[in-house]
Design a binder for this molecule. Sequence first.
Ligand code: NAD
Ligand code: UPG
Length: 448
Amino acid sequence: MRITIFGSGYVGLVTGACLADVGHDVICVDIDSDKVAALNDGQVPIHEPGLETIIRHNLDTGRLRFTTDAARAVEFGLLQFIAVGTPPDEDGSADLQYVLQVARTIATHMREYKIIVDKSTVPVGTAEKVSACVAETLAERGATLAFDVCSNPEFLKEGAAIEDFSRGARIVVGTDSDRVRQAIRECYAPYSRLHDKLIFMDVRSAELTKYAANAMLATKISFINEIANLAEKLGADIEHVRHGIGSDPRIGHHFIYPGCGYGGSCFPKDVQALARTAHQVGHPPQLLEAVESINLRQKDQLFAKLEGAFNGDLAGKTIALWGLAFKPNTDDMREAPSRTLMESLWAAGARVQAFDPEAQDECRRIYGERADLSLCKRRDEALEGADALVICTEWKAFRSVDFAMLKQALASPIVIDGRNLFEPASVKQAGLDYYAIGRGDSLQAALA
Ligand SMILES: NC(=O)c1ccc[n+]([C@@H]2O[C@H](COP(=O)([O-])OP(=O)(O)OC[C@H]3O[C@@H](n4cnc5c(N)ncnc54)[C@H](O)[C@@H]3O)[C@@H](O)[C@H]2O)c1
Ligand SMILES: O=c1ccn([C@@H]2O[C@H](COP(=O)(O)OP(=O)(O)O[C@H]3O[C@H](CO)[C@@H](O)[C@H](O)[C@H]3O)[C@@H](O)[C@H]2O)c(=O)[nH]1
């Protein structure tokens, strides 16, 4: 099948690479000419395990190519996927300018029937806006051409994107057209062969399904973080509580890991956008607003713990920071808890010595060169001359640590663990003051 994909970011690249890999003929379009040139050279601008290999292989087979030539791309595919960004607007609602720009581009160049497939995360009612935009542009051209718009939200996670796209639990499609259903079935047949993963519904329900999924996952995280903070005050250990509740299959173990708050390009913006939609239709989103405010408070936890450990005086202190990315296996730092922490530390007059296996360049791109930030080449280099260590991301490389070495390296024996990587008793045994999430302060007091 011939397929066109607008947007070569996380979603567009993974979709294009995976669809080419199962035999489709794919053109990916982007407005960023440097990115397109690099991709045609086999250089992938993001760190996503397995992606570069698939892209290179399919560039070689000729089934995948990247272009800035929108006219050629529109002519190419029956299916025209939209996978461009939908960042938050000033009021938290999704900014649809890039999506509608692509709709206009498709309408400007199409010469026959096209199916526009919206894969970007967009508020309910967007497919209607895309339809109106295409119809208007066609009318301006004096063209009368048939087209359909459907919704096909994407559920992949960064760091596991190929696996999620290829072996995801479901493929949600919002449409009321048989022609669209048939084309979408053909497109996803290689992924839906053993059991039918396609779930067809009306367009509005498909658009809402995406936000509901992310809001539900974010709710689980804010819930466990709320209980973790309570556990800390009560002298309980959230890791026992997590295991205790997760063992009930009605609750399950997934997405109830306490931490320093959810980040990334999706949960923060999508919870906000859904809340904004709720306000627009006169339904105050009490739960969603609580989920968001708990998360904002959680992102301040690491700084609050450090302040507590240093009696409120962080000026002139050097803090070692392990983990900059918002989660492991990505170099993405969008809305990362590490950013909240670093910015608070800098405002308090502290220095940061950071290490991340993949996100160093991204950090340099965001913050530039600054005297109060050193990016270290190795994990243990970040500890040299540091007063305390904070862990923001649960990279594998941080899981096994020689606590005696850590005690030796740090000027004050303080470790703040935002991901609960260690057993408090073992860390304490090495003479370190260990503060984790939902098991730190009070548990330490209880153990003393
Ligand atoms: N990142 C994820 O894990 C993920 C997962 C599921 C859904 N989503 C959603 O998918 C959408 C895309 O997210 P992303 O993370 O891939 O975004 P991204 O920012 O990584 O990539 C977007 C790309 O679109 C390009 N672009 C912008 N305007 C364009 C145009 N007119 N024509 C062609 N290309 C254009 C940009 O240059 C950029 O390369 C968003 O709505 C997001 O919420 C993201
Ligand atoms: O138990 C958990 C699980 C996750 N997180 C945090 O939540 C954030 C998001 O993690 P994750 O969901 O793994 O990554 P994303 O790539 O943001 O993926 C989410 O957002 C995508 C974009 O919409 C969706 O497609 C995915 O289904 C959805 O999981 C990260 O900061 C994690 O550290 C926790 O704190 N505790």
